[in-house]
Design a protein around this ligand. Structure first.
Ligand SMILES: *Cc1c(COP(=O)(O)O)cnc(C)c1O
Length: 380
């Protein structure tokens, strides 16, 4: 019998994959009573109608494949957004569609000549969604990172004219709007200006748009190279079900559809998303509550010495007073409150805090006051 090697030889895994930095999602503890303010989930549950509709769909149908193109859901979404179902593709979370967009629009760098590297370029702002670099790398595409201004505003319009860092020919540009993790919103004029400057596809990632004052859907429906990505995860309390979608020109949508896994959107997710669209006033009320809590949390943290960026999302990016952000993270975790800390990045002096329920926010504020009282140089 041959000896069993303790691990497979390196050459079994492609060098690109061996070198790949995997995306690091926020912690999802499966037990313990933690107040989860680390992954921007909606603190309010799905509506009772959504839960009932989902439960009602759990029967012998589980044997069948779901509708591969989510036709009913696309029809409802088209009606909702005033477009045609052919302008919409539904995915297993918008994350799936972001990955498919990279494969559909960007060449692997190795397959184009040095003079055509823009065709292999995935471009995005930093800091923004940290999934984009992983998607680009995993496809072998070139990355072009465009730094936001120091106050996290878009480098526009003068910087755009100067061409600073932008690759106008980039095959694909991702813009998180409103941005994560800064929480900043961008104006329609800025976005329109930016999109007009780009020759490749622009994906406006509107994961947090339900908490913002405006949206860029009209851009996606008027400019043939602009797509908008939306999700049921954040504004509609449906992370667990993984439903997202992209809106845009039918030809770009058709390109994405060719590459998406045929049955990627599970049947219960489709049912839940449809029921969500039947109960929108419930969700609008939750968004209103979250925005009210966001305003209160912004004010209270500000009064306690935190620097808080204005937010158009369901989270706040804050720079805490002493001690260090890392210590705040640990101290809050010891008090069973989970926030997001970006270790070893340009944001390592900050914390991202999801806006929870009013009770959760009260508990957070009590913990913050206790940590401030106990002094900066304490070890526990
Ligand atoms: C949460 C999030 C997504 C993905 O949402 P899905 O759960 O995959 O639909 C996409 N972009 C940003 C910026 C996000 O924060």
């Amino acid at each position: 019998m041959p000896a069993v090697a303790s691990h497979p030889p390196d050459h079994l895994v492609r060098p690109l994959v061996r070198a790949l930095d995997a995306y690091v999602p926020g912690e999802q503890p499966q037990r313990g009573r933690l107040i989860k303010l680390n992954t921007n989930e909606n603190p309010y549950p799905p509506s009772l109608k959504v839960i009932a509709a989902t439960r009602d769909a759990v029967d012998g149908r589980l044997r069948l494949y779901p509708d591969p193109s989510a036709a009913r859901l696309r029809m409802r979404l088209a009606k909702h957004h005033g477009c045609d179902p052919a302008n919409i593709i539904v995915g297993n979370g918008s994350d799936e569609l972001l990955a498919v967009a990279v494969r559909a629009f960007a060449e692997p760098a190795s397959s184009v000549s040095a003079s055509r590297q823009s065709a292999a370029t995935v471009q995005y702002l930093t800091p923004s969604y940290s999934l984009y670099p992983t998607l680009a790398e995993s496809h072998g595409a070139r990355r072009n990172e465009v730094p936001l201004e120091a106050d996290f505003t878009l480098p526009l319009p003068a910087a755009l004219r100067r061409g600073r860092k932008w690759d106008f020919g980039a095959a694909l540009t991702f813009v998180t709007t409103p941005n994560a993790p800064s929480g900043r919103g961008y104006s329609q004029e800025e976005l329109e200006y930016l999109c007009s400057a780009m020759e490749g596809v622009v994906v406006l990632d509107e994961a947090y748009v339900d908490f913002a004052s405006g949206n860029a859907l009209a851009l996606a429906l008027s400019q043939p190279h602009v797509l908008v990505a939306r999700t049921f995860s954040k504004g509609y309390s449906l992370c667990f079900q993984r439903v997202g979608y992209v809106v845009g020109h039918r030809e770009l949508i058709a390109a994405l559809a060719k590459l998406r896994d045929s049955y990627s959107v599970n049947g219960l997710g489709q049912v839940a998303a449809l029921a969500t669209l039947d109960d929108l006033p419930y969700y609008r009320a939750n968004v209103k509550r979250i925005i009210k809590t966001r305003t209160r949390l912004t004010g209270e943290l500000g009064a306690l010495g935190f620097e808080v960026l204005p937010s158009e999302t369901n989270f706040l990016l804050v720079r805490p007073p002493a001690p260090e952000a890392a210590t705040w993270f640990t101290e809050l975790r010891a008090r069973k409150i989970l926030v997001r800390y970006f270790e070893g990045s340009s944001l390592s002096d900050r914390l991202r805090i999801t806006v929870g329920t009013d009770e959760e926010v009260d508990t957070l504020l009590r913990a913050v006051r206790a940590i401030l009282r106990s002094g900066p140089s304490r070890s526990r």
